[in-house]
Design a protein around this ligand. Sequence first.
Ligand code: AHG
Ligand code: MN
Ligand code: MN
Length: 335
Amino acid sequence: MEKSGRVEPIRNVEQHVMERQRAYHPNATGEFSWLLSGITLATKVIADHVRRAGLRDILGGTGAVNVQGELVQQLDVIANETILACLGYRGNVGIMASEEDDEPHIIKDFDDHSKYIILFDPLDGSSNIDVNVSIGTIFAILQRRPEIEAGQVMDHILQPGFRQVAAGYVVYSSSTVLAYTTGDGVHMFTLDPSIGAYRLSRENVRMPAKGDTYSINEAYRAQFPDGIQAYLDWTKTKEAGRSLRYVGSLVADFHRTLLRGGVFIYPPTKKAPDGKLRLLYEANPLAFIAEQAGGAATDGRQRILEKTPKALHERTPLVIGSKADVDRVLSFWKS
Ligand code: AHG
Ligand code: MN
Ligand code: MN
């Protein structure tokens, strides 16, 4: 409550989308805001599970291995099913594709109403679940391509990142924070558990032009390209004055980079020549956010958002963060 006793307006995600849409698209129908409310609902449910995981015996693996070849955690499944359930009934979603599922889900045959395509990583940073380290959810939203026949499902999904109509993430940490962009800046909301609503906490977030941290798993150093190894040598010089921060959850490492500046790098390795991170539902959404906040995201050769995906679960090298820091990595990598 303000001192005057007047209640501060509660600007939640849906309200914010509507406000911005009305400002820029007077004939906005509100169906986009309705769609995002499916994401806020799902991530509130996931946040509740994450917060109580140790009490509900939902920690640990399921014993299954997913399409990524990774051990599936119970919370991966819970998060995945929650998002499918909450978004699958919004009525305006045609296709959903998850990191956890081999194939996309056809929710509804496309019609003028069900034109949205949701690509998502339901739970990012799964290796950190059991040790109470920040984890997250990442989502990208595309629209079906009207010129493509409805049944050509993969043609609707495999669109370059610059065609995303929205993207965002939720980081489940000391607080639960949702960040999203629809191409009109990056806006952040903090979940207020006392009322169960995401409240606007930062509008038009700008990534600092440069930062003093770099974020990379140096354990794989010997497998990195020579240029990346040269960059890592430079970071340790007095002139560089860099420090290393690596959580092991992309969402947490990216959120810090967005707010503090710096650079996150997941280069190609001998084991993963295309890098480990997935283009469609990890690199693309975060690249959209990064660029909207004034940062940059590249695979070492081109903008992430310009890459034309060839497969649903394809991976990409990723260098993302403050423009000056990304350019610094490229100057070593390309030399
Ligand atoms: P996910 O849990 O969705 O599979 O993602 C894990 C990813 C990403 O969150 C993180 O940056 C990266 O794996 C960490 O990989 P390493 O353990 O190889 O460093
Ligand atoms: Mn992930
Ligand atoms: Mn995941």
